[in-house]
Design a protein around this ligand. Sequence first.
Ligand code: G3I
Length: 328
Amino acid sequence: MQGISLCQKYQDYFSIGAAVSEETIKAHGELLKYHFNSLTAENAMKFQTTNPKERVYDFRPADPIAGFAKENQMRLRGHTFVWHRQTPDWVFQEGGNPRDKQEVLGFLSDHIRTVGIYFRDKAYCWDVVNEAISDEPGEYLRDTLWRRALGDGYIETAFRTAREHLPDAQLFYNDYNTYQPEKREKICRLIRGLKERDVPIDGLGMQGHWGIGRPAIDEIRQTLDIYAGLGVRLQITELDISVYDHGDPRTDLTVPGPGMLDRQAEYYGKLFELFREYREQIDAVTFWGIADDATWLDQFPVQGRKDWPLLFDTQGRPKKAFDAVTNF
Ligand code: G3I
């Protein structure tokens, strides 16, 4: 590898991460080592993978990722203990009947303890709770199986349990659409409430699944200002910029359409200029993937529609967006 290294360029600002799988590490190991100094397991450290059955833990999918991070002196973000997705049914029901509260509480606690301790020397932070705020107007917390089983206090319980076993880890709440005013209010309410009750929370993860030009840079600036006032560390945890506008009818592009990559580069450039301004608050910016050959956006929001949301192309070559974020 030659040329500008992304993480070196940003060494005085924040760490630069990528979400990875064992496969994408194999495909892009050199690129990762050269440009990134932090990793998140895209799926391998989630509940359904690490704890697929009652009392059964499986770290084989995560081990190569944690190993790669360690070998290459990269930081590792833990993702995620408590989420309404990718959590197996056995946690909430047995033989079709809902479990009682104490049982579910026991599983939550056992999971955080076992997985947390396994990765204690590897993961410096954890997304303790992911996406617990409702997107519905007027509704505060999302209706999830965790909440149904444990009540609203499950968030607090998760953070307290994590701190009990991981005294040194940074504990995060992580969510998407964190810039939307109503959701932002609810996130502030959650974090203020936790802090008032001395619940150990260190940071807020703003995911960053955005599109060209959305949200507007000013909306993100306002959002950073508001969250900076909460007294928690901030991270951009899952950044990717879809090349499609809302309602773009095209589903059959095999290469980016005219102008898409230029507009994407311009937006990425402005975004990183803003992030650099907030370097005192932002500790890490993590991309949700490495290169455009493997991205969850190929399946979302349109199944099978190719997207090109990252800084490296399908061959792992730097795109215009890479130049835009490193040209300062
Ligand atoms: O591993 C199986 C494979 O064996 C099977 O053949 C295949 C068939 O569909 O599915 C594979 O599992 C998929 C898994 O990704 C691994 O590729 C699941 O179906 C698919 O649902 C899963 O999607 C993941 C998604 O979370 C699940 O909610 C995405 O990869 C992952 O990028 C995405 O990540 C989330 C963050 O954790 C939280 N924030 C939002 C973000 C994007 O949705």
